[in-house]
Design a protein around this ligand. Structure first.
Ligand code: HEC
Ligand code: HEC
Length: 466
């Protein structure tokens, strides 16, 4: 049979259309949203106490991921000390986004730590706590992982203690790989990664199970990584405020990547009391250029009138209302919030799990809204909104300036518009932020549109001081 080019083209277009529909069809229905009055999320009981210095040591060197790649695989004897963030011992020989620690059987392993997402070199210095903006999850890593598994097996053998020390990490890396592919680089799919892990974990014992606990949809939602210096002000964490209860439990969720059971998790949790204390000591970097103080003062007046009821007040006697605002009211892309109220199995898993049913207690309580975040250090945390869809503060506060498709210019910060310089055309497809895709929209939060131009300029000047 001879198939004409036109027929082929039509068939191909149809197939693409079906593929696109099936990807979005599985997302929650956003046509009806539950509205509610904005309300402050109350504080929950916390273990409290904790030693910030020990917390820093544990988070930058500890074994909270549980297992990892055998350290010998990286040939440590031939490595030079890392200069980005010097650390003692073996850790000093690897990048600061990896920890080296001993697995239960004594084999040293290395795995990614919190700073593979919660640190960034910015304005010439490596800053712990600043969210990573160079996330590159647009690539399918399934094949690379298979190759890595094969190399490690060949080097150590499948009945070696090294292979045993790698096995939990390997299982979970392999099982998450298909779920974390984002449509372009930039946003971070941390919750999809967590889902990929807990999908195959018994909630109570945390042990590996072959059968997945629920069916994951075939579309990756991802977010901007919030800075950790907000911790001291927060009563609930995450963009949608679903992280409620004791923070030492909530902050150690990355342990599901390679910790093998709830007994090991308990040991990690004790150390996370210190990690929480450390997180609460973090401060944002100061704006490095000159600020027009008179203009900033005018901006403060406008801000307190128009923005403070949601975002709080700043200075020594700061206030912060921890306000959850409905999707209807804030109007930003609804899918991330809806995913957790209507689709993801993660909140149910979590609330039946060791994390929720043993002291200290924590829960994931998803609602159809986003929390108005603290704006401390907001000048440094572009791009903006929960999905990082808006490159600058100027565009956040004037929606007519928001680009539909844009590519961040690496290392080019814009101190006028405050945020990332960007290009609207050219460049590699995977580096272009496409706000027309579900979950990645740049609509909503029109509170700045109501300002006169001079008022907006003044508010931006004030935001630089926070
Ligand atoms: C794979 C990337 C990744 C890793 C690893 C990771 N995080 Fe996160 N983290 C994120 C993202 C993305 C968010 C925002 C998720 C959301 O709110 O929807 C987040 C949110 C948080 C928050 C809430 C911040 C706020 O203001 O609400 C805290 C606290 C946090 N992470 C701490 C940690 C700690 C501690 C570790 C290590 C044990 C860690 N994270 C590991 C990506 C990561
Ligand atoms: C009714 C409550 C409300 C008001 C009023 C409000 N905001 Fe927001 N704001 C929010 C919420 C909720 C978010 C998070 C939305 C999201 O991420 O989808 C947000 C996000 C932001 C962000 C982005 C934060 C980040 O880390 O990406 C900035 C900046 C901001 N608001 C500034 C302002 C300014 C300036 C004003 C006053 C002109 C203002 N907001 C008025 C609720 C409000």
């Amino acid at each position: 049979m001879k198939v004409s080019f036109r027929t082929l083209f039509t068939l191909l277009t149809f197939a693409l259309w079906v593929a696109a529909c099936s990807a979005t069809r599985q997302l929650p229905d956003a046509s009806s949203l539950t509205d509610f009055r904005s309300r402050s999320l109350p504080a929950s009981p916390q273990v409290g106490g904790g030693d910030p210095q020990q917390g820093h040591e544990y988070i930058t060197t500890g074994g909270y991921i549980g297992s990892g790649i055998p350290w010998a695989f990286f040939n440590p004897e031939s490595r030079e000390p890392d200069t980005l963030y010097p650390r003692p011992g073996d850790n000093g020989l690897t990048r600061p986004s990896y920890n080296v620690f001993a697995f239960d059987n004594g084999v040293k392993v290395s795995s990614g730590n919190c700073f593979s997402c919660h640190a960034q070199t910015f304005q010439g210095s490596y800053q712990l706590g600043l969210g990573e903006v160079d996330n590159d999850y647009a690539e399918n890593r399934t094949l690379q992982l298979k190759f890595l598994n094969a190399l490690i097996k060949r080097r150590f053998g499948s009945d070696s203690p090294e292979w045993e020390a790698f096995s939990d990490y390997r299982r979970f890396l392999n099982s998450t790989a298909p779920y974390i592919i984002t449509p372009f680089d930039g946003p971070n799919p941390a919750f999809r990664l967590e889902e990929g892990c807990v999908l195959r974990r018994d909630p109570v014992t945390l042990e590996y199970q072959e059968e997945p606990g629920w069916e994951m949809i075939d579309y990756t939602l991802a977010t901007d990584v919030p800075p950790l210096w907000h911790l001291k002000k927060k009563t609930a964490i995450y963009w949608n405020g679903m992280g409620r209860g004791d923070f030492s439990k909530l902050l150690m969720q990355a342990s599901v990547l390679g910790i093998h059971d709830s007994t090991a998790a308990r040991e990690v949790q004790k150390n996370f009391v210190d990690v929480v204390a450390w997180g609460k000591t973090l401060e944002p970097p100061a704006y490095p250029r000159e600020i027009d103080q008179d203009l900033a003062l005018k901006g403060k007046v406008v801000f307190e009138e128009r923005c403070s009821r949601c975002h709080g007040t700043y200075g020594d006697d700061w206030t912060y209302p921890n306000k959850l605002v409905s999707l209807v009211k804030v109007g930003t892309d609804p899918y991330m919030a809806l995913y957790f109220t209507r689709q993801s199995g993660l909140p149910d898993w979590y609330n039946q799990s060791w994390y929720a049913t043993s002291a200290p207690y924590s829960q994931l309580v998803a609602e159809e809204g986003y929390v108005a975040p603290p704006l401390d250090g907001i000048w440094a945390t572009a791009p903006y909104l929960h999905n990082g869809s808006v490159p600058t503060l100027e565009a956040l506060l004037n929606s007519t300036l928001r680009p539909e498709k844009w590519a961040r210019r690496p290392d080019a910060y814009d101190f006028e518009a405050v945020g990332w310089k960007y290009d609207e055309s050219g460049g590699k497809k995977r580096s272009i932020y496409n706000t027309t895709l579900p979950g990645y929209g740049n609509e909503g939060h029109y509170f700045g549109d109501r300002l006169q131009d001079p008022e907006r300029d003044a508010v931006i000047e004030y935001l630089k001081t926070l």
